[in-house]
Design a protein around this ligand. Structure first.
Ligand code: GRF
Length: 213
């Protein structure tokens, strides 16, 4: 069974979808620990309810990002994970952290990458009058929101939408595609080979696969 460590900073609805998928046998793995940089992250309560150990690593006592990430790595590695899943983890990662988990760390980002890396993606989609928006699952590299794409899901954007409506529509898709990709990884179908992600032995297209949900 694949050992999954999930990093969060907030609500943890994606964490919940992953926990549920594992419990339902849709992912050949289990979440063995949840880490948060925020003590009040609701996702920690979700972990507790599911009987999963949750750990807070507060950045404030650390001198810099490298020192924090080094401590986080030590604690994560004590859980012996096969896969690290970023699920609304709102800290920039140091190069050493990214390199340490290269090929075994996934992120979900609420846009159709490479469009709109960074924050406020729903607002940007609305401001630009996009008729289409979505979410992307990708391997993590040192480039912020820039690693190889695995799977994207699109949602429509309607003229009367506001940010909350778009966010809810996007999250609905996230809760489907993130467990799906994690399931591929857990069953050995998805692998990083020499810097290129492969699904069932085939290199993924540069734009990733489009979810057909
Ligand atoms: C998600 O929309 C994800 O794309 C982004 O942060 C959000 C986290 O939401 N990285 P939640 O904490 O999983 O509810």
């Amino acid at each position: 069974m694949t050992r999954i460590v999930v990093l969060i900073s907030g609500n943890g609805s994606n964490l919940q979808a992953i926990i549920d998928a594992c419990q339902q046998g849709k992912v050949a793995g289990h979440v063995c620990a949840v880490f948060s940089n925020k003590a009040d992250a609701y996702g920690l309560q979700r972990a507790e309810i599911a009987g999963i150990p949750g750990y807070v690593v507060d950045p404030r006592p650390f001198a810099d990002r490298d020192a924090y990430d080094s401590q986080l790595m030590t604690q994560i590695d004590a859980c012996q994970p096969d896969l690290i899943v970023l699920a609304g983890y709102m800290r920039i990662l140091s190069p050493a952290f990214v390199q340490h988990y290269q090929g075994r760390m996934l992120n979900i980002h609420p846009s159709l990458l490479p469009k709109y890396p960074g924050l406020h993606t729903h607002r940007k989609a609305l401001e630009n009058g996009d008729s289409e928006h979505g979410t992307s699952v990708h391997f993590v590299t040192e480039e912020l929101d820039g690693g190889p794409l695995v799977l994207q899901a699109k949602v429509p954007v309607f003229p009367e939408d506001d940010e909350a409506l778009v966010a809810a529509r996007v999250q609905h898709q996230e809760h489907a595609i993130y467990p799906l990709v994690i399931g591929w990884f857990a069953s050995g179908r998805l692998q990083m080979c020499d810097g290129t992600p492969q699904l069932d032995g085939q290199p993924l297209p540069p734009e990733g696969y489009a979810a057909d949900l």
